[in-house]
Design a protein around this ligand. Structure first.
Ligand SMILES: NC(=O)c1ccc[n+]([C@@H]2O[C@H](COP(=O)([O-])OP(=O)(O)OC[C@H]3O[C@@H](n4cnc5c(N)ncnc54)[C@H](O)[C@@H]3O)[C@@H](O)[C@H]2O)c1
Ligand SMILES: Nc1nc(=O)c(N)c(NC[C@H](O)[C@H](O)[C@H](O)COP(=O)(O)O)[nH]1
Length: 220
């Protein structure tokens, strides 16, 4: 599986405010690039923190892009994946609508009645790990179901775990023209953080987009 992480951060490296309120960091050209990236992917993944904060739909916006996918014999929208160890996704979340297939990755710690409810609401539940989703195991199960190219949109906790599991192949960050600040505001990689053995990145390219900068890194 090839894993691309994409996120937008403020000039000071934050993904959103300390209230975890979504901020439009990207401009129109960057949002359009994100839509194209979604359309090129077999699945788009977020952590449940992002579902609770933003209620994203994670579908492809551009009609022509959805049509191209159909012409290529693919579903109109990529699958959606939510890492949600204990099933905190609300049953009325947009990721559970019928516009795309949705996988909920959970752990053995997920209450069985929540698992039943979320399956009834339309998600396919994949269980891996004891307390937290075991990402390598869960993503291997999804690879068996044909997900080869995965785009991850965040947030910071999930992105950290993917780096910690050495599962990221590519990182794109749009750095936008705002300062958000705040000790508690989510950053690109949160979780426990690394103290040594930092993942090394190799700079692929840098481009001016909207009023910010798009930086693309390979993770060798
Ligand atoms: N600017 C951007 O590009 C962007 C993108 C996405 C999210 N965001 C923002 O990020 C914030 C949410 O980020 P976050 O870090 O709070 O949550 P997150 O989206 O990273 O979700 C984290 C949650 O995922 C679950 N999870 C399951 N298995 C896990 C694992 N192995 N490792 C880590 N988490 C696992 C846990 O319940 C954990 O609490 C929101 O404020 C949202 O607006 C911004
Ligand atoms: N690329 C990007 N630039 C931003 O400025 C920003 N705030 C996000 N945030 C990502 C977050 O996950 C959002 O929730 C989804 O981008 C919304 O997705 P939908 O349009 O609802 O599908 N992402």
């Amino acid at each position: 599986m090839y894993v691309v992480v994409n996120a937008a951060m403020s000039a000071d490296g934050k993904l959103s405010t300390r209230e975890r309120e979504q901020v439009e960091i990207s401009g129109p050209a960057d949002f359009d690039r994100v839509d194209a990236l979604r359309a090129e992917s077999d699945a788009v993944m977020v952590g449940v923190g992002t579902v609770l904060a933003d209620d994203p739909s994670l579908t492809v916006d551009g009609d022509a892009r959805r049509e191209r996918r159909r012409d290529a014999g693919k579903p109109e929208n990529p699958a959606r994946i939510v890492a949600d160890s204990r099933v905190r996704t609300p049953t009325d979340a947009r990721v559970l609508d019928d516009r795309a297939e949705t996988y909920l990755l959970t752990s053995e710690a997920a209450p069985q009645d929540f698992v039943a409810e979320i399956s009834e609401a339309g998600a396919e539940v994949v269980s891996a790990g004891e307390q937290q989703v075991d990402l390598p195991e869960a993503l291997a199960q999804l690879e068996d179901r044909g997900i080869e190219r995965l785009m991850v949109e965040g947030g910071g906790e999930l992105i950290f775990s993917l780096f910690a599991a050495d599962m990221v192949d590519e990182l794109s960050t749009f750095v936008g023209p705002a300062v958000i600040g705040g000790w508690k505001a989510p950053t690109l990689a949160d979780g426990d953080g690394f103290v040594d053995d930092f993942p090394e990145l190799s700079l692929r390219d840098v481009e001016r987009v909207d009023d910010g900068v798009l930086i693309r890194w390979d993770v060798p």
